[in-house]
Design a protein around this ligand. Structure first.
Ligand code: NAD
Ligand code: FES
Length: 309
């Protein structure tokens, strides 16, 4: 037991995938045993630190390790990125969220935008193991930001890469590549799309007229990650859902993306103050710029859904 405690949450492998994106492989036999594709963990790297929800990017059940991949976009993720092999995280809560429904559906297209490629990777891998034909499209702003290309090559039947500036792969957005596949008459049975909210919205709008079931993974503000605080509320059709316990995956054709984008932009000013050290950080979600609302922020907030619990 003592040995187990001594090694749990240790960073056994650390790597930079691109300028701002880091990969940590961390020992945690319990989560490695239980975790499934689509699930996430909430980590705290030090006592006063924020709690950060991060998707489990890979699992090695034999070694008892999980892999997380995060973008250094705010104070907490930048601090996290300074940790090295041999360092420990204070605590890891998980696995959380509903796992991806992995089944044989035929030809699936897995689309990862930017660091969203890390989130879609374990899903693509599991879909391949379930004997689907897996086509992946991963895109980034420029060549240096393309991540996990070789890992995707190992597990996909076809891999397409796009860059916004045309420095690698095809020039354009991931949605342009999907449009090409659809226009060429390729049979597509299901789509998973994960990345910036606008990307998931564009892809869901694109696939809706074709009736191609499209699953997206939502990244609203999360606080406790266990369904208690209501911070992660999202509108799915006529229902309000909690992304941390009902998701994070939802039917892209039913998501109110405009409301999600509005909520995500609510705290950008406060985040900038936090980076300047002028307010205390309580939470940043990797890949996002947001934080747990304080009483003052809530009282000034224009977001009708933000309340104190
Ligand atoms: P980015 O802004 O560089 O965009 C990545 C790619 O998304 C682009 O190269 C493009 O192919 C596509 N894209 C962007 N805008 C688009 C548009 N208007 N139409 C169609 N496609 C578009 O992304 P980044 O800087 O790597 O940031 C990653 C984003 O992923 C962050 O916004 C983060 O919030 C999000 N993210 C989401 C999850 C999740 O679970 N949904 C997890 C991690 C990160
Ligand atoms: Fe989902 Fe609190 S983060 S309810």
């Amino acid at each position: 037991m003592q040995n187990h405690e001594k090694t749990t949450n240790a960073i056994v492998y650390a790597k930079s995938l691109s300028k701002d994106v880091k990969l940590f492989e961390i020992t945690n036999p319990y989560i490695a045993q239980k975790g499934l594709p689509g699930q996430f963990v909430v980590i705290r790297h030090r006592e006063e630190g924020e709690r950060i929800p991060l998707t489990i990017a890979d699992i090695d059940r034999t070694k008892g390790t999980i892999t997380i991949i995060f973008q250094e976009v705010g104070k907490t993720t930048k601090d996290l990125g300074k940790l090295k092999e041999g360092d420990f995280l204070l605590d890891i809560l998980g696995p959380l969220g509903v796992p991806t429904e992995i089944e044989k559906c035929g030809t699936v297209v897995c689309i990862g935008g930017g660091v969203g490629a890390a989130v879609i990777y374990p899903i693509a891998k599991a879909l391949k193991s379930a004997e689907n034909k897996v086509i992946a499209i991963i895109g980034a702003r420029t060549k240096e930001l393309v991540i996990l290309e070789n890992k995707f090559k190992e597990i996909t039947d076809e891999l397409y890469i796009t860059t916004d500036d045309g420095s690698y792969g095809r020039k354009g957005f991931v949605s342009d590549e999907l449009k090409r596949l659809i226009n060429e008459g390729n049979k597509i049975d299901r789509i998973w799309a994960i990345g910036p909210v606008i990307m998931m919205k564009v892809i869901s709008d694109l696939t809706k007229p074709y009736g191609i079931k499209t699953t997206v993974s939502l990244n609203p503000i999360m606080i406790d990650g266990t369904g208690m605080c209501g911070g992660c509320r999202v509108q799915i059709g006529t229902e309000t859902k909690f992304a941390c316990v009902d998701g994070p995956e939802f039917d892209g054709h039913a998501v109110d993306f405009d409301l999600l984008m509005k909520r995500l932009s609510t705290y950008t000013h406060e985040c900038s103050l936090m980076e300047q050290g002028r307010i205390y950080p309580t939470r940043i979600k990797a890949g996002l710029i947001n934080q747990t609302p304080t009483k003052t922020m809530i009282s000034k907030s224009k977001d009708p859904l933000v309340t104190l619990h």
